[in-house]
Design a protein around this ligand. Structure first.
Ligand code: GLN
Length: 265
């Protein structure tokens, strides 16, 4: 009788141990810190994956590619966390930040006063500006002022859209992505595309686009920043600290050289 009872207790105990070990094993696979302290934090990142060489999808690769993608992954790592990137439409990025669906936005986003009313920005991380792309045989458009009376495609919600609307007498077509804009240009639906200079240059030089050319004139000088929720000054500080560190330790320059092939400054 007694022996049976002991057996039962031992059986119950070993069952409990097995169950506990099972739990531990499960937790161990999702957390490298084996239960001590908090699990690795994820940095939720929003980006509009349509802006090569800053963010784009390479068919042959699982992860999103580009300068911004490498930079935000390096920043997250520096902060002891991991970037989890969500692909959202460009005009949905700030609302996603406001709705706390994402913690930060990196998307070739220009720092400007309008946006500063709704979000915080990190220190600038890239100098950009707007240029235009026209068909190769285009003669009548050399400068931005020549756009008067012309049809121009821009990506919706961008600084290009805002700036082109300021030029008098332009018919503006707002499309979802720069790729849509370039397609419209090639199809003859518009006379020009206004978009960020590095993206226009990459499109022409790296993707082997034919029948179009980029014009040298710059409409604006702009700087990109990482956007952060308006109330999240703590995260803004962490991002700035990480960015500074990457400048100091040469990591930023490495990422820059990978995508732009030259050293900055
Ligand atoms: N730099 C431009 C802006 O902030 C365009 C960005 C983009 O299309 N990803 O509006």
């Amino acid at each position: 009788m007694k022996f049976k009872k002991i057996l039962a207790v031992v059986a119950a105990m070993s069952f409990a141990v097995a169950a506990f070990a099972g739990c531990g094993g499960g937790a161990g696979t999702s957390s490298s810190s084996s239960g001590s302290g908090s699990a690795p934090k994820t940095l939720k990142v929003g980006s509009s994956i349509d802006f090569a060489p800053f963010e784009f999808q390479d068919e042959s690769q699982k992860e999103y590619q580009g300068f911004d993608m490498d930079l935000i992954r390096a920043i997250a790592k520096e902060m002891g966390s991991e970037a989890e990137i969500q692909n959202l439409g460009f005009d949905g990025l700030i609302p996603a930040l406001q709705g706390k669906q994402v913690d930060v936005v990196i998307s070739g986003m220009t720092i400007n006063d309008d946006r500063k009313q709704n979000v915080l920005f990190s220190d600038p991380y890239y100098d950009s500006g707007l240029t235009m792309v026209v068909r190769e045989d285009e003669q009548s458009i050399q400068k931005f002022q020549d756009l008067k009376g012309k049809k121009v495609a821009v990506q919706i919600g961008t600084t290009s859209a805002e700036e082109v609307k300021k030029i008098e007498g332009v018919e503006v077509k707002e499309l979802n992505t720069p790729a849509d804009c370039f397609m419209e240009l090639k199809a003859g639906g518009v006379d020009a595309v206004v978009n960020d200079r590095p993206v226009n240059d990459y499109y022409i030089q790296k993707t082997g686009a034919t029948g179009v050319k980029a014009l040298p004139e710059k409409l604006t000088a702009e700087q990109y920043g990482i956007a952060i929720g308006k109330d999240n000054t703590e995260l803004q500080q962490k991002i700035n600290d990480a960015l500074k560190k990457l400048h100091e330790n040469g990591e930023y320059d490495k990422i820059f050289a990978k995508w732009f092939g030259e050293q900055k400054k």
